[in-house]
Design a protein around this ligand. Structure first.
Ligand code: GP9
Ligand code: MN
Length: 608
């Protein structure tokens, strides 16, 4: 009885933390009936170790709830069993995971030690009593409960609420997810309804860039792309207690030859940093099933490294962490990188968090860049991925140059600004070194953030950020990242506020480099020569079907019901009539499905 009561209380807590909004009573009823089903099946049975079994069940469900709420507070969705593959990575991000802990989440586990004692006593009692129930009770009660559950689920199906309810209810969500993992069932229906000859034609037309604004200003130059860990837009040009947080980035943005995209967004699937890389280099949507670098490691691709190589470039990737992480080492050859300079190629003289500091990473990369440059007379492409400004942003004392206000000390915001400031310094030194080594004048430099650093999901963090910024810290501000493209020697300087995302990086940079993508296809658009209004279709944090377009942000409801969704004007935060979003909602789902279809069928193999 005690386990049933406690698990019911935990169900209420679980529903609260995961912010279930619609169909609450029915979700609660299903969870409670399933809990009752398991406990009655155990306690009324003939098995001897009833108490141990009931306790194991209780613990398992408590642990699953705990994992779910932890995951939910970062990703705004429930985890999939398939993520067990990535369990090895939890050790690496352990410090980041700790920042998500809160008292209410610990409650899911807190009672277990006390219950161990209680359970031992109870076991003794049960042995004494050794209740044996007649078979009508033994079988009848659990069967009746199972029947009620099946009837409710059947009824929900008939009123089209099966999906919305089971996407949120603890037991049925995981049961569905496990079934999917076992049967290998995939999200989209493959076939002509998803992708036909017309779609292919439309994509080829989209991919065929026309000459226009700034086309070819970087032609024949080297290209260094720097993907910065957790860099959002809000620290750019931010004065914190009279100190510039990113003086070097600010200077670069103001320099002649710079284009600054200030309405640019992350675009991630299950692979976080590695998806930022994948999407930016390939202009395809990331997978939501597994990290794209793992799921499609063997696929054929025709992204930035390959396209540049077809124009004589040599293309290397640089990252200071273990080469196996995010499956980079195995995925990079098919991405087109000819060499991967990873942790083992650096001297770890100074470390922070994951490993080598950005300062050392950039410094030691210079020699490798010289080697890359000396391969032949042709230009090179280098893709550098930084590391130090990674969650939880606790960098060593001697790398903290920013004076943090007392109230922000040891908060996620204070630590974040500190580590971004450090990264900016390392980056500034790197640019100076490029100049010294004669690698600057002939090189286009593109810099962007991989994804947000501060999540807006947890209420306390959201409040801290809203207070700090003076405007609501919602998904739009959270996922906004800067993109800077700098072409030395050019007289231009512009801030481009066209809406875009990492999906648009490839077409945009190809326009700058004056190179056409003749073999592949791209889902993004050249942000400098866009004729129609662009849109951004997210799948993480905001779920599939959500989008930003113009000034509108449409967020699909977690239960997947269109009518429960919300839409606002991003500038005034005023509500928008969701009916005006229906067409776009369908369109973004179709777009993502098409991209998914291309990955699933490995279509690039045929096209390339
Ligand atoms: C690891 C680094 C961090 O190599 O890129 O990845 P993240 O945890 O941000 O996805
Ligand atoms: Mn990252």
């Amino acid at each position: 009885m005690l386990f049933t009561i406690l698990l019911t209380l935990k169900t209420i807590l679980f529903m609260n933390i995961t912010r279930i909004k619609y169909n609450k009573p029915i979700i609660f009823l299903i969870s409670t009936l399933i809990t009752l089903f398991f406990f009655t099946a155990i306690y009324l049975s003939k098995i001897k170790k009833k108490q141990s079994l009931a306790f194991s069940f209780y613990n398992t469900v408590s642990i699953i709830m705990f994992i779910d709420v932890m995951y939910h507070s970062y990703f705004n969705t429930l985890p999939s069993i398939k993520m067990l593959d990535q369990l090895g990575q939890v050790g690496t991000v352990g410090a980041s995971v700790l920042t998500l802990l809160s008292f209410e989440k610990i409650l899911f586990l807190l009672d277990i030690p006390l219950l161990i004692i209680y359970s031992k006593r109870k076991k003794a009692n049960i042995r004494q009593k050794n209740n044996i129930y007649n078979k009508y009770i033994r079988w009848g009660i659990p069967t009746a409960l199972a029947l009620i559950i099946v009837l409710i689920l059947g009824y929900l199906s008939s009123i089209e609420l099966f999906g919305p309810v089971t996407n949120q209810e603890l037991y049925t969500y995981h049961a569905k997810d496990i079934k999917k993992a076992i049967t290998g069932e995939r999200e989209i229906v493959e076939g002509r309804s998803v992708f036909n000859q017309n779609d292919l034609q439309e994509l080829i037309t989209r991919t065929t860039l026309k000459d226009g604004k700034h086309t070819g200003i970087g032609k024949g130059k080297n290209l260094i792309v720097i993907q910065i860990e957790s860099l959002q837009t809000f620290p750019i040009d931010l004065s914190y207690e009279g100190q510039e947080v990113t003086p070097n980035l600010n200077k670069l943005i103001k320099d002649k030859g710079s284009l600054y995209f200030d309405n640019y967004y992350q675009m991630l699937g299950r692979g976080n940093t590695s998806d930022a890389e994948f999407v930016s280099n390939n202009s395809l949507y990331p997978s939501m099933e597994d990290p794209t670098y793992t799921q499609y490691e063997q696929n054929t691709f025709y992204g930035l490294p390959w396209i540049l190589r077809d124009h004589g470039y040599s293309s290397w990737a640089f990252h200071g962490y273990e080469k196996e992480f995010w499956n980079r080492e195995r995925a990079y050859p098919n991405q087109g990188f000819q060499r991967f300079i990873s942790q083992e190629d650096y001297n770890l003289v100074e470390t922070s968090g994951f490993g080598i500091t950005d300062g050392e990473f950039f410094k030691q990369s210079i020699d490798y860049l010289k080697e890359l440059d000396s391969i032949d007379e042709n230009p090179f492409h280098a893709f550098l991925i930084t590391l130090t400004s990674h969650n939880p942003y606790e960098i060593p004392e001697n790398l903290r140059y920013l004076n943090i206000k007392e109230e922000h000390e040891e908060t996620i915001l204070g630590n974040y600004l500190q580590s971004i400031h450090y990264m900016d310094k390392a980056l500034g030194d790197f640019i100076e070194n490029l100049k010294k080594e004669g690698l600057y004048e002939d090189t286009v430099i593109a810099i962007y953030g991989d994804h947000f650093g501060i999540a807006s999901i947890q209420d306390d963090v959201k409040e801290l950020m809203t207070d700090f910024l003076g405007y609501p810290y919602d998904f739009d501000e959270m996922m906004r990242i800067p993109l800077i493209i700098h072409v030395p020697g050019e007289q231009i300087n512009e801030t481009i506020s066209t809406l875009g995302s990492q999906l648009d990086f490839l077409p945009t940079i190809l326009n700058i480099m004056g190179i056409k993508n003749e073999k592949g296809i791209m889902f993004g658009r050249d942000l400098l020569n866009l004729e129609e209004e662009n849109y951004v279709a997210q799948q993480t944090y905001m779920q599939k079907g959500s989008f930003m377009k113009g000034n509108t942000m449409f967020v699909i409801s977690r239960d997947g019901i269109f009518e429960h969704s919300t839409a606002i004007k991003m500038d005034s935060r005023e509500p928008v009539d969701i009916n005006s979003c229906r067409e776009m909602y369908q369109k973004v789902i179709d777009e993502i499905n098409k991209s998914d279809f291309i990955l699933k069928r490995d279509l690039m193999k045929i096209l390339k």
